[in-house]
Design a protein around this ligand. Sequence first.
Ligand code: PAN
Ligand code: ZN
Length: 194
Amino acid sequence: MKNKKHLAIIDTPFNVDYSNGNISGKSVINPIKKIKDLQNIFEDKQAFKNIDGDKIIYEVQAILPVEEGREGGLFYGKTIIHPGKVGNEYFMTKGHFHQKVDRAEFYWGIEGEGMLLLMDKNRNTWAEKMHPGSLHYINGYIAHRTVNTGTTKLSFGACWPSDAGHNYQEIMDNGFSARLKEIDGKPQLVSTQQ
Ligand code: PAN
Ligand code: ZN
């Protein structure tokens, strides 16, 4: 059979706009998380109820060139977290361990200011500052959540193995052992452990 790609110059399948990280190309997916999708994520239940459930908290653009769960491929994504707070806790992602828990990931800051919250299996939590140009290696076995601590949108890129999967349940049930709150006008990590 004739190989159609032999000696062929083909169109670039995907493009990234380096001013804002936007991804274009066929089969870019665009899941959106609204406040109503983030039940039990934020601490202040009253402040949570007072926000319109349709308010968009974060959006993802992702390229999944192979089927999710297949070993050997890579996924590429961009996340935008809008600025804002629920009470004094900044808008953030749900956060997850990978389903295949040893799978690692790269994140890199594109726009805005934030923090990458990381937690190991023993529930030790720490945070890395995110800003345009910051680069973060997230080892396997480490839960990760991103937080917009600024007043403009936080955008960051990500690349992760196609068989990593997402374990959201662990975080839904037990959360991280610290929350990022605005205290005295600046972001501070506050322990949730007794
Ligand atoms: C990222 C995240 C993305 C949204 O692509 O999936 O930032 O965060 P949540 O998945 O926690 O809602 C990633 O870490 N992929 O593995
Ligand atoms: Zn991940």
